[in-house]
Design a protein around this ligand. Structure first.
Ligand SMILES: [Zn+2]
Length: 81
């Protein structure tokens, strides 16, 4: 039986298209039936798209923090209207 762990460990190979046809079919079948793995698959694929756009994908230190501050400022700005 195929576990989520197996699927997730093979996802990057699947996305790289380096898996056998049988493995591909196994993964696709699992993804259709498993929300958790299809969510992981979706976010991994999106991440790869981002990485494909940029030669080196690096999130600068504090980026998440600044983004939070930005969102906070938007929220407080909206409140003052
Ligand atoms: Zn799964």
């Amino acid at each position: 039986m195929v576990t989520c762990k197996t699927i997730i460990s093979q996802l990057s190979d699947y996305l790289d298209d380096t898996v056998s046809a049988a493995t591909r079919e196994k993964i696709e079948r699992h993804l259709r039936g498993c929300r958790r793995c299809s969510a992981v698959y979706d976010s991994t694929r999106k991440m790869l798209v981002i990485m494909g756009d940029e030669e080196v994908f690096e999130v600068p230190d504090g980026y998440g923090l600044r983004l939070h501050g930005f969102v906070d400022s938007l929220v407080s700005g909206a409140k003052s209207f």
